[in-house]
Design a protein around this ligand. Structure first.
Ligand code: AKG
Ligand code: FE2
Length: 972
């Protein structure tokens, strides 16, 4: 069991901490020194720790969680649940880099801290310290010498400053409003009206100049340290009142002392200090300052609420992979877009399939445009953006891919004119018309940014399509598109460090419009794109691509974009909203999903790692793991789904979960089996025989068979309770490296080369349901082999497949040199359709590459059967020679297109409990099969005999299987 470590103490929620012991080993470091703590880490005492509970108070035992401390913390650590609204004693950036999630307690403290802020504000306004102490010191009532400057708060401005959406601001504001104060605030960006709640947004300087009371409610970090210092005090009103309940170091304390002494600041109310626990003597000695010993959150309710929030964060991290109140730096992480990794030498994981798995708005594993329903949702810019492309902080200009070939120098050149008719182009035009935001991904082969990109694929942002037009590219007409970032309110992650934010960029603006002229030949408007001059952009116009309506095209292929075209911006439009999250958070939707939801298609799609933001495909039955199999240094994130067994009732529609006896009718398009209700009673035995090739025996189960003790009904439940080791592997032959199979698989017994990447599991490690199924499969194989009059070799290998909604196995054969001729399958759960068809090359007599088969078997049912059989007969009787034979056969090759696949000859509905046995080597050699389950949970257990001479002796042991009495099946 993984462990959690408590540093320091929990005062009010010890029972809840102890409750965690059901999922975690609990360890404690109640007090000590940094040296002690580091020693414990180095000694390996915390090597199983995945989560740490710490607080601002416990910092005195360990010192800050800085890079030094992080370097000794165990590599298993994934979550730091911090108790405190401030967390400046944690190096969040270093944590993020190491894939450690950090949470704080922002909300719990709001009310208590806001109370203290108001208490200090009134105390400071009335300079309460003076009368309070004078009374205690025996001064008579009414002889108090001070009349406070402010005797009523009405009408005073409360200037608040805050960065980020800190709800504490709101609580202070709400209280201050009750005293009749007006609220102004400053933030990095303006809040939405409902968060603003009547407060006025002003610049930082305005806030300083107009506030009567300035209350600080913001987090401390490098850019907010000393945000109030000498210069800021100078900008303030004379007699201003300063309140600080956030962090001491926001104010330069020495400057505050000076400002108090000079009278610039009338009084101050402080709960926090720059160098706690030390306090600047100039403050302690000044009776106009109200001082509190950092009591902002010191109420029982707040303390308990904070502790519970920390524990909930910790639990949620461990159980779901996501903390509830992650620190904002990790929440937004604008500098960490979702990404996929560079591909390794062995393509275990392909970057492109992982990207497309995780992003619903970019499911295109090939090509640069993702469109669906004639709408473009996503766009990839990688190596080839074409000539005259452009990229800056907010604008992307690129060609629309497709229609290209490589020339002798390896450059892509257009081979045909582009127009609005292609599916990609029309989807782009639609998205422009319908104002659909398009997500853009940038690949690291793109050189427009002029700096290295962090990952193979990087998600940029949502963009709007502003212009689509045509240009002359080489000898052809090519389409171009200009995108503009949707959210101009914040700087892009790919922007250079020192580049200006969009609002401050000179020349940028909604007022700037590209120039537009009407063509004198075609009377159509075209915008001016290039500095070199205006050109008509209508491909059909005689003046298309002629500079300034003259008779010559631009002098050079390299052109400069016109300033106005680059700088113009569409006005912001709040009605334009992306259809999908740019960074989807699938995990958050699965927290309370039931088992049925967990078998849905969406849950076997990819997620974005909440720690390192990598796109992760679902490779494991149990959930997602970020790290590669053989790469332990990687991100520690994994998410285990709370999978509970799905009832048979949910996957089978038949009224009582399966018929007493199945009614039958066959579609005349397919082969009709031979029916035998007697020899394997209570099974109905259906046999499909392809003469000279092989046979398929379908043993149809029924309710009686399925409901028996340890029968299919129970097996279906039992399999779901075991950790079977099911996972998805990369498809061996795939257009895109790393594409995973659309089903989960695991092998037991004799290993054979079909399984490339994992050693199979030995039968002596197999759980009872596997062995029980093996008993059934052995029985079924034997029936089929004996019926065919062949020698029976008991199966010594099993492949277990798991299918969730929409998973399937496409056409394939099971024929490998190591495999014997008999393959039997037990189906459990949802019904499926199994189709069998002749392989392409035997169907046509030539391969997909149009190479003639050396030996064409010319089987019944193949294409042009009569003609091909006749030709073959003529070759055999010597009336034509081989050359002639080949020449005549070549005439039959379909020149264009795929030539079509064979139509399936056998179609079976395979139900829960049914057994299917394929027997005959030719069935795998000449035919192929596919299985399409009925969208719900299904298992298929396939057993074969692997010829021992093909197996490594060291592995032989795994295939040893002596079916004990309890596993043997008798056919009932
Ligand atoms: O899912 C099935 O029923 C059969 C799967 C299959 O064809 C195979 O395991 O090779
Ligand atoms: Fe198969």
């Amino acid at each position: 069991m993984p462990a959690a470590l408590l540093i320091g103490a929990i005062t009010h929620s010890m029972p809840e901490w102890n409750d965690l012991s059901s999922i975690l080993t609990l360890k404690e470091f109640p007090s000590g020194t940094r040296e002690d703590f580091i020693r414990n880490c180095r000694d390996g005492q915390y090597d199983d720790v995945v989560a740490i509970y710490r607080s601002n108070t416990s910092t005195k035992f360990t010192g800050p969680f800085d890079a030094e401390l992080l370097s000794v913390l165990p590599s298993s650590l994934k979550y730091i649940a911090h108790n405190g609204a401030g967390y400046d004693n944690i190096d969040v950036a270093a944590c993020t880099k190491k894939g450690i999630a950090v949470s704080s307690t922002p909300v719990a403290v709001n009310n208590a801290t806001a109370d203290v802020a108001i208490f200090l504000m009134i105390g400071a306004l009335r300079q309460a310290y003076i009368p309070v102490t004078s009374l205690r010191e025996g001064e008579p009532i009414h002889l108090n010498p001070i009349t406070t400057q402010y005797n009523h708060e009405t009408g005073k401005f409360l200037g608040q400053t805050g960065l980020g959406h800190d709800p504490q601001n709101k609580e202070v504001a709400r209280r201050a409003r009750a005293f009749g104060m007006t609220i102004k605030y400053h933030n990095r960006s303006r809040l939405s009206p409902e968060l603003e709640d009547g407060a006025t947004y002003v610049s930082f300087d305005e806030l300083l100049a107009n506030s009567d009371v300035l209350s600080l409610n913001l987090a401390l970090n490098a850019s907010t340290r000393h945000i109030i210092g000498k210069t800021e005090f100078q900008k303030m009103k004379d007699g201003v009142i300063i309140v600080n309940t956030a962090r001491g170091a926001l104010i330069d304390e020495k400057a505050l002392v000076e400002a108090l002494e000079s009278g610039k600041v009338w009084s101050a109310g402080l709960d926090v200090y720059e160098n706690e626990p030390a306090i600047e003597p100039g403050l302690v000695n000044n009776p106009r300052v109200m001082l509190l010993p950092h009591i902002g959150t010191m109420t029982y309710e707040t303390q308990r609420e904070m502790e519970l929030l920390v524990l909930n964060n910790l639990r949620s991290g461990v159980e779901t992979g996501k903390m509830i109140t992650l620190v904002p730096e990790q929440k937004d992480a604008p500098l960490l877009p979702p990404w996929t990794k560079r591909q390794k030498a062995t393509p275990q994981r392909g970057p492109r399939p992982e990207l497309c798995d995780a992003l619903p708005w970019f499911r295109s594993v090939q090509g640069g445009v993702y469109h669906n329903g004639n709408i473009c949702w996503g766009f990839l810019i990688d190596a080839d953006c074409g000539i005259r492309s452009y990229l800056d902080d907010e604008v992307v200009i690129t060609r629309v891919g497709g229609g290209c070939t490589k020339d002798a120098d390896g450059n892509l050149v257009l081979i045909k004119d582009q127009d609005g008719d292609s599916a990609a182009m029309s989807s782009i035009l639609n998205s422009k018309e319908l104002k659909v935001p398009v997500g853009i991904i940038i690949g690291n082969r793109n050189t427009l940014l002029n700096k290295p990109l962090p990952h193979r694929y990087n998600v940029m942002a949502y963009f709007r399509i502003t212009h689509v037009w045509y240009e002359r590219i080489g000898r052809k007409t090519g389409a171009k598109v200009r995108f503009e970032k949707l959210d101009l309110g914040r700087k892009s992650w790919w922007a250079a460090k020192h580049s200006l934010s969009p609002e401050k960029n000179p020349g940028y603006g909604y007022a700037t419009q590209p120039e537009q002229l009407r063509c004198k030949a075609c009377d159509q408007h075209s915008i001016r794109i290039y500095d070199e001059g205006w050109m008509c952009l209508q491909p059909s116009c005689e003046l298309f691509w002629m500079i300034n309506g003259g008779s010559s095209p631009p002098p050079s292929a390299v052109l400069t974009f016109h300033e106005k075209f680059l700088k113009s911006r569409l006005s912001p439009d709040p009605t334009i909203q992306p259809h999908y999250s740019l960074v989807p958070d699938l995990l958050s939707t699965l927290k309370d999903a039931d088992s049925n939801a967990l078998s849905k298609r969406i849950t076997w799609k990819g997620i974005i790692c909440p720690l390192c933001r990598r796109c992760i495909s679902r490779r494991f039955w149990w959930g997602w793991r970020c790290a590669d199999d053989n790469d332990s240094s990687n991100c520690p994130f994994e998410h285990i789904l709370p999978i509970r067994p799905i009832a048979l009732r949910w996957v089978i529609d038949d009224m009582e979960t399966s018929p007493i006896k199945r009614a039958l009718s066959w579609d005349a398009k397919f082969m009709v089996p031979e029916i035998d209700d007697v020899s394997l009673y209570p099974y109905r035995k259906l046999t499909y025989t392809i003469p000279g090739v092989g046979s398929i025996m379908h043993l149809v189960a029924n309710r009686e068979i399925n409901s028996r003790y340890n029968g299919p009904d129970e097996l279906f439940g039992q399999l779901q309770c075991e950790e079977l080791g099911l996972r998805r592997y990369p498809l061996a032959q795939s257009m895109v490296a790393g594409t995973l199979t659309a089903h989960f698989a695991v092998n037991y017994g004799m290993p054979y080369k079909y399984v490339v990447s994992v050693a199979s599991k030995a039968f002596n490690e197999a759980c009872p349901p596997i062995l029980r199924a093996m008993g059934r499969l052995t029985w079924a194989s034997k029936q089929a082999v004996l019926a065919a009059g062949d020698t029976f070799f008991p199966p010594n290998e099993m492949l277990l497949l798991g299918y969730l909604e929409d998973m399937r196995i496409g056409y394939h054969d099971d024929g490998e040199s190591a495999l014997g001729p008999t393959i039997s399958t037990l189906s459990l759960g949802a019904k499926s359709t199994m189709l069998v068809r002749m392989k392409y090359k035997y169907y046509h007599g030539y391969s997909r590459a149009k190479n003639l088969l050396a030996e064409d078997p010319v089987m019944p049912g193949c294409k042009n059967y009569t003609r091909r059989r006749e030709l073959k007969a003529r070759l055999q009787d010597g009336s034509i020679d081989r050359e002639m034979y080949d020449e005549l056969r070549r005439e039959g090759i379909v020149r264009k297109g795929a030539g079509g696949e064979a139509t399936p000859c056998i179609k079976m509905e395979v139900n829960h409990g049914d057994l299917v046995v394929m027997h005959g080597e030719g069935l795998q050699r000449f035919y192929e099969h596919s299985v399409i389950p009925d969208k719900r949970l299904r298992f298929a257990l396939t057993a074969r005999h692997i010829k021992p001479e093909f197996v490594d002796v060291k592995e032989m042991e795994k295939g040893r299987l002596e079916l004990g009495r309890e596993w043997v099946y008798d056919g009932k």
